[in-house]
Design a protein around this ligand. Structure first.
Ligand code: AMP
Length: 282
């Protein structure tokens, strides 16, 4: 595996491959890699001749009081894991390779409205940071295919919308959430959890499962069911940002007329913000 830190090295390597007629799959990450990330890499290998992974903790997607300074950085370990999984190129730039300085970025890629609902309501700058960095990385790496996790359901939705609206020549593939044995969605941020919090954490997924089976049979208004689930999660020691039953098609609040549904939740356990979701057909 080749590891590079600059945009020009990444571009020239990919250009060489493309001239030789090889296709490229791309997996963007923020590092501290777990099996969820590595499953995306395995899928990338099935879809193209060459696999590029990026590791970049993107400052633009963190709010002022968020965890950019404490975000776990494990480049050496990550790089070993990626080499073992057969990755061809690791692009691991420093911040100033991507954003020249704090004031120079004048252009932002935003999917309005959809970026300010759900997680966007609680993390106002987050999704503009995400769509901007993904657009930049797509322009640097020029992949044929890019793989993302359904764990970040709203993020995947926004990226598909951006790619469609701006005609990026990239096929987007979404992969199911990889979980620990007790159901907790794997996340780089799980390493913030204390031993006690780690025991409580799977309850979020349990609550989503419970809500999913309830709404399949109950005729209660969905808003009432969301409230009850939020109370249940709060009683278990979380601070709930939201529990929301949405349509898969447009991420708007779902009603009993809708069939393809996703239940999304975000809740804090101590200083760790956990998100999860379940998609169901009714
Ligand atoms: P991150 O490093 O958190 O920015 O995530 C990089 C990519 O990995 C994103 O597409 C995430 O949705 C995906 N991802 C993170 N956690 C999981 C998981 N548990 N299962 C599947 N994909 C995941």
């Amino acid at each position: 595996m080749q590891t590079v830190k600059t945009r020009s090295q990444t571009k020239s390597t990919v250009q060489r491959w493309k001239q030789a007629g090889e296709s490229v799959a791309f997996v963007p990450t923020m590092g501290n890699l777990h099996e969820g990330h590595l499953k995306l890499v395995d899928t990338a290998r099935q879809h193209a001749d060459k696999v590029v992974v990026s590791i970049f903790v993107n400052p633009a997607q963190f709010g002022k009081n968020e965890d950019i300074d404490s975000y776990p950085r494990e480049l050496e370990l990550d790089s070993k894991k990626l080499a073992e999984r057969g990755v061809d190129l690791l692009f691991a730039p420093e911040t100033n390779e991507i954003y020249a300085d704090d004031t120079s970025q004048a252009t932002w890629v935003e999917v309005p409205k959809l970026s300010s609902i759900l997680c966007g309501e609680f993390r106002p700058v987050h999704f503009v940071g995400v769509t901007t960095i993904v657009a930049k990385l797509f322009n640097i790496v020029q992949p044929d295919v890019a793989i993302f996790g359904e764990k970040d359901f709203q993020q995947l939705f926004l990226i598909r919308k951006m790619v469609n609206d701006l005609d990026f020549p990239v096929k987007i593939i979404g992969m199911p959430t990889e979980r620990e044995a007790d159901g907790l969605a794997m996340s780089s941020r799980n390493s913030y959890l204390s031993a006690q919090e780690r025991k409580q954490a799977p309850l979020l997924y349990q609550a989503l499962n419970q809500l999913a089976s309830e709404i399949k049979t109950s005729s209660d208004d969905y808003r009432k069911s969301e409230e009850n689930a939020a109370k249940f999660i709060e009683n278990a020691g979380f601070m709930v940002d939201y529990v929301s039953i949405r349509r898969v098609s447009d991420l708007q609040p779902a009603s009993h007329q809708d069939h393809e549904i996703v239940i999304l939740a975000a809740a804090r356990l101590g200083k760790t913000r956990l998100i999860d979701n379940i998609a169901i057909n009714i």
